[in-house]
Design a protein around this ligand. Structure first.
Ligand code: ASP
Length: 325
């Protein structure tokens, strides 16, 4: 064997042993999970539930850090440039795919800046309004919004957020531009909806269920293909006359590019365990969602999902002509 070949083989073997040894001791300190939206919102809720269960399995605490703003792109950008050592992870949603087309100058390439851990959940959305908003059902909601589009305000969590995507689909379906008000997350947006400072929002059930059930906001429809068990009386958007608005908000966990495969696999195993935990299944169920099955909580499944979703939403976003810099 030529010396260079022997050296290359030695280097490869050493690298393998080093990363295998690293994986054996990983994690030996706390991990930061960046949630790219404000505390108290739907992604934060999912992140904190999963982080707590994964911490128990990993034997180290996963600390949630909320880095809200710009529809999730600031937090994702922070993780894209973090150390690829398994101690910084990102919980992001469908916005990872839509921001690839929505932003002209994204600081990172969603398919190149990260490694994949796995899918977490797919959450339906709800079309909601402040409690004293005039319409009482989906039919009157559509008529009212069409007639008053210029004066109604719609909250979202910035361009690239799920609430932005749903709002965009809503405006396309209604053929009416509505004034949008961006927040760092729909946690703070919900506070303003409850306070009556903003009129309507499309947000995930993980952030709206409690308020809908408590009667502190009004709900008109769900964006899932079928009605939800927790809201049997709430029509689907298709039943309500807006079939093009069907959307569900998938979430996944990522690590910075270059994070060792053994570490991503270890995190995926922990994620699968967390998602199978009866407490998580019950809690997610109460919030109108369900954990992803173990087969989807894998690096390969998340990679395929992200790539498929970038391709799926690109033409929709181009047709809407919405861009951000
Ligand atoms: N997921 C965001 C949040 O947690 C909201 C959104 O994407 O619309 O605030």
């Amino acid at each position: 064997m030529a010396l260079s070949v022997k050296l290359a083989a030695f280097a490869a073997a050493t690298a393998f042993t080093a990363s295998a040894a690293f994986a054996q001791t990983y994690p030996d300190r706390s991990i930061t999970m960046v949630v790219p939206f404000a505390a108290g919102g739907p992604t934060d809720t999912v992140g904190r539930l999963v982080a707590e269960k994964m911490s128990a399995d990993l034997g180290q605490t996963i600390l949630v850090e909320n880095v809200g703003g710009a529809g999730g792109t600031l937090g994702a950008g922070q993780v894209a440039t973090a150390e690829a050592d398994g101690y910084t992870i990102l919980l992001h949603h469908i916005g990872m795919a839509t921001s690839a087309s929505l932003y002209r100058n994204l600081a990172y390439n969603p398919t190149e800046a990260f490694e994949y851990v796995g899918l977490v959940t797919e959450v339906p959305m709800t079309l909601v309004a402040r409690k004293d908003f005039e319409p009482t059902d989906m039919a009157s909601f559509i008529t009212y919004v069409k007639a008053n589009a210029e004066t109604i305000t719609m909250a979202n969590a910035g361009i690239g957020a799920a609430s932005h995507l749903c709002g965009m689909l809503f405006m396309q379906a209604m053929e009416a531009p509505i004034v949008t008000v961006p927040y760092k997350g729909t946690g703070p947006a919900m506070t303003e909806l409850l306070g009556g400072q903003v009129d309507i929002m499309c947000d995930q059930t993980t952030n709206t269920t409690e308020q809908i059930k408590g009667g502190t906001i009004k709900a008109f429809a769900v964006t899932s293909p079928a009605r939800l068990e927790i809201f049997p009386d709430l029509p689907t958007v298709a039943e309500g006359g807006l079939p093009g608005m069907e959307v569900s908000i998938w979430h996944g966990i990522y690590t910075p590019k270059g994070t060792p495969a053994e570490v991503n696999d270890r995190l995926a195993a922990s994620l699968q365990k967390a998602l199978a935990d009866p407490e998580i299944v019950a809690k997610f169920g109460e919030l109108g969602t369900a954990p992803s099955p173990a087969a989807d909580a894998t690096p390969a499944a998340l990679k395929a999902k992200l790539e498929g979703e970038i391709a799926r939403w690109k033409p929709v976003i181009e047709a809407a002509g919405v861009y951000a810099d």
